[in-house]
Write a protein that binds this ligand. Sequence first.
Ligand code: SAH
Length: 483
Amino acid sequence: MTVYLVGAGPGDPGLLTLRGAEVLGRADVVVHDRLSAVELLDLAPASAERIDVGKAPGKARYTQDEITALLVERGSAGQTVVRLKGGDPTVFARGGEEAMALRDAGIAFEIVPGVTSAIAAPAYAGIPVTQRFSSTSFTVVTGHEDPSIGEDGSVDWDAVANVGGTIVVLMGVGRVAKICERLIAAGRDPDTPAAAVIWGTKPEQRSVRATLATLPDQDLESPATIVVGAVAGLDLSWFESRPLFDRTVVVTRARAQSSSLLASLRELGAGTVEIPAIHIDEPADGGSSLRAAVDRLADYDWVVVTSPNGARRLLAECRDARAFGAAQVAAIGPGTAEALAEGNVVADLVPERFVAEGLLEVFDDGPGRVLLPRAAEARDVLPEGLREKGWDVDVVEAYRTVQGRPSDDDLARAAGADIVTFTSSSTVRNFLAVCDTVPPTVACIGPITAATAREHGLTVDVEADVHTIEGLLDALIGHVRNR
Ligand code: SAH
């Protein structure tokens, strides 16, 4: 019904507005540019059509007229259309032209403002565009037009120079020398601080500090936001100072589990590549033995759960909250205990060492019955150890870990990454089955995983002392800091 002209923000997907997310969530069609944040497209319903107008098969890209015609056509067909644009849709983004065409065609439209790179890229480089007393205005200007003295572009560079305050130039990399020269000629001090923020707000952000006289000599590339003025001399760096900034980390967990690790890595500044080396699948028997075991759950003295996946599978089969009866529950690892707690089952025993051996050390002797729901391909240490202690153990296959198939794009990014993280032995095996190139730094969650990595010829650089995701992250930060 409506065409929404939505600002996607400058690159960090977190900088989309709530309104933008809401309209994306009910779009029939998303018309997007060669966006910096592809993740945002995932916010649209899976069924929504996604049209990349930044590139089109067989031709360079859509012309502006073709884009406008597309919006009018889809809008008049009654579709909910989201026109997603980098930064703010009205800042050097032709949102005004698109809105005019929609108005003239009698199609309802809305403008959903976005966070513009003009402010956000400097902010992520630790440069506030205004500062009390010293920088009391900011001028955002396009650098696309030729600023050579004598040519009459429509930007009045003398006026821009003389208004004082901060000057923010977008699309200025190609003409940076002429722009700086022009501002100096108009009376700005050549020693005025000047900065360029390249790929601002993205994991690959790079900021360059210089002066009006020296900025053109720096190594610049597009897209960059150029900032000229006293504020460009302030150093409030935070984004580029985060512990894992400028590192690309491969995450090899199953996709369903990887989100917390991914989120933490990004929070620490790392770029991430997901190689869902394994994913979790139904057991070979479709879950019938697990279901049968759950029906007899109260017959057991102990239920020993060894992984969050095992916990989730077990709880998914428990249709009656009383199913456990008097059976006690042991969990290996706090993640497993947490997964149980999410289903309102509080583990009675969580050994301090988060491996099978750790449980055997603290587990009482039998007799009695133990149910051990776990992955098809798990080690035999636990059932054998428990049997030695006099327990009658039923091992039930609760899930299978299956080889994932990463995209070529992700494989290429993984090959160029700095760090790979392994959170279980199967992630090592499955990663090596799909990736030929191993990143230079190998980080493992614990000794068993590390041993598997070494068996496969890898050098383990980081081994977590505490065998949890947090422990792994701490070890990784320590390693990066020491280098
Ligand atoms: N509507 C956009 C601007 C489009 S013009 C906005 O509001 O941000 C394109 C220019 O924006 C680029 O040439 C560059 O100067 C700037 N730009 C866009 N994304 C950027 C980013 N991630 N970092 C730095 N500058 C960026």
